[in-house]
Ligand binder design. Structure first.
Ligand code: MTE
Ligand code: MO
Length: 465
């Protein structure tokens, strides 16, 4: 902007938002007064981490994420000048310099900053439980420093000290509990559940139903691997919330829970919310998880604690959990306001019934094809009644064999985990599958467009002839 005032980095730094001072930040050579932004914006405290400094790493995420013109307009409104040229070139601290080490053999990487990956399909169905190293990762910001390996302490014991703030609980102002407090008061349970990003199968969705918000972004390459199945251990939210928010939970029980939402906030500034009624129903197995497959959560998956809401879109399973708040409205953070909404403009919650072909192989000495895959019922938590495979585009179907013997019998009262299955069908150029749950719900060939999310049409796979 010609003729606008210029500021040095030192000047920006002196406006750090502390003790009534305004909060300035720099972003791509511009200087912005973000005082208001921090105050009014639920995602604003992520910017406070960079008060008086450069927010490029944070705002780049926000800006490219939300294709909304509102973002550009907003930045224009709060711009107060430009950085002095020499200062613009100065190197700034890189918030991505302490990212965890990842195993490229079991992760297909879409983006590095923020890190986003899927499990390669060859690996997806290779075991009943997905390993933490192979589970897809969806980050929207740098991995926050949650001191996962403090000196002299094991990760296991460090979990115990982690604190979660319950904002404005009935017990008075914002009680804080360590994980150890929560565990000794409420005990822990283990539930088996898939975790899936609402954007899984985005590539197939584009092929079947046309362009979406994913088109043209690195995420249009998502296949079927933003998904995994694991055993999660933690404290039950259906016990924690009524104890800490008795009034709200009682009111919610009377009114079907409709008007209350549980807002989870992570240490990276990301937040998500889910209706209280869903979480209060003990059958839904919603927990604050500290362990995956018996191991402390890894840094990428939310160490030391995350929300684990079986059957609910990954986006609401907030990692690096810092605070919980009951609210009358769904959280209005940039991640939720522009992203992860369905075609009716509602924030996405439940995942749909799903089945996925993970691999096919010629059966030696026959004209048959062995087909393997996974299936799960999503938000309903119903069991899978059957999976069928077709080698003639759905004209005829063969029933698959479900590997029921490996399904974990844990404290989960519904079926939120996946089942693996195998089938044999005549060998052709393309095979497809569909699942049916115990209520008779079944998958359609092509599912209705949900702005690119939640695609659950038949899984179709080309076969090498
Ligand atoms: N929680 C925080 N704090 N930050 C995030 O970026 N991403 C969400 C959710 N929770 C996210 C988060 C999204 S969109 C998904 S799909 C899941 O985490 C992914 O969990 P995973 O990375 O452990 O597989
Ligand atoms: Mo996601």
């Amino acid at each position: 902007v010609p003729g606008e005032p210029t500021f040095t980095r030192a000047q920006v730094a002196s406006n750090d938002g502390v003790e009534g001072r305004p909060m300035w930040v720099s972003y791509r050579g511009g200087v912005y007064d973000a005082t208001e932004f921090r105050r009014i914006h639920p995602g604003g405290h992520i910017i406070s981490q960079a008060a008086g400094a450069d927010v490029s790493a944070f705002w780049d995420v926000w800006a490219h994420h939300h294709h909304s013109p509102k973002v550009g307009q907003y930045l224009k409104e709060i711009r107060i000048g430009a950085l002095k040229e020499k200062d613009d070139e100065e190197a700034t601290h890189d918030p991505y310099d302490s990212e965890p080490v990842r195993d490229a053999n079991v992760q297909t990487i879409f983006m590095d900053r923020p890190y986003c990956s899927e499990t390669p399909v060859e690996h997806l169905g290779s075991s009943y439980l997905t390993s933490p190293a192979a589970l897809y990762v969806r980050n929207h910001a740098p991995v926050p420093d949650c001191a996962w390996e403090p000196e002299g302490e094991s990760r296991e014991s460090n979990i115990q000290h982690h604190e979660v703030v319950f904002e404005e609980g009935d017990a008075g102002a914002s009680p804080t509990f360590t994980v150890a407090d929560l565990q000794s008061r409420f005990g822990t349970v283990t539930v088996t559940s898939i975790l899936q990003c609402a954007g899984n199968r985005a590539g197939e969705d584009i092929k079947a139903t046309g362009n979406s918000g994913f088109t043209g972004s690195p995420l249009e390459r998502i296949t079927v691997g933003m998904l995994g199945n694991a055993q999660w251990t933690g404290v039950r939210l259906a016990e924690v919330l009524p104890a800490l928010y008795p009034k709200e939970c009682a009111a919610a029980a009377q009114h079907g829970g409709g008007e209350w939402h549980v807002v989870f906030e992570g240490a990276d500034g990301y937040s998500g919310s889910t209706p209280l009624a869903r979480i209060l129903d003990p059958k839904n197995d919603c927990i604050l998880a500290t362990h995956m497959n018996g191991e402390p959560l890894s840094p990428d998956h939310g160490y030391p604690m995350r929300a684990l809401l079986p059957g609910i879109a990954g986006a609401r399973n907030v990692k690096w959990l810092q605070s919980i708040l009951l609210s009358r409205v769904p959280v209005d953070a940039p991640w939720n306001e522009y992203y992860y909404k369905n075609r009716d403009g509602e924030q996405i919650q439940q995942l749909p019934l799903q089945s996925i072909i993970t691999d096919t192989a010629r059966k030696e000495g026959t004209q048959l094809l062995k087909v393997r895959g996974v299936a799960y019922s999503g938000g309903s938590g119903n069991s899978i009644a059957r999976v069928e495979v077709s080698s003639d585009d759905g004209k005829s179907w063969s029933e698959a064999t479900i590997k029921t013997e490996e399904v974990k019998k844990d404290q989960s009262s519904k079926s939120f985990g996946w089942v693996r299955w195998t089938a044999e069908v005549p060998r052709t150029a393309q095979v497809c599958c569909r699942a049916t749950d115990t209520e008779g719900k079944t998958q359609c060939e092509i599912s209705p467009k949900q702005r690119g999310y939640l695609y659950n049409g038949w899984s179709k796979v080309k076969v090498e002839m």
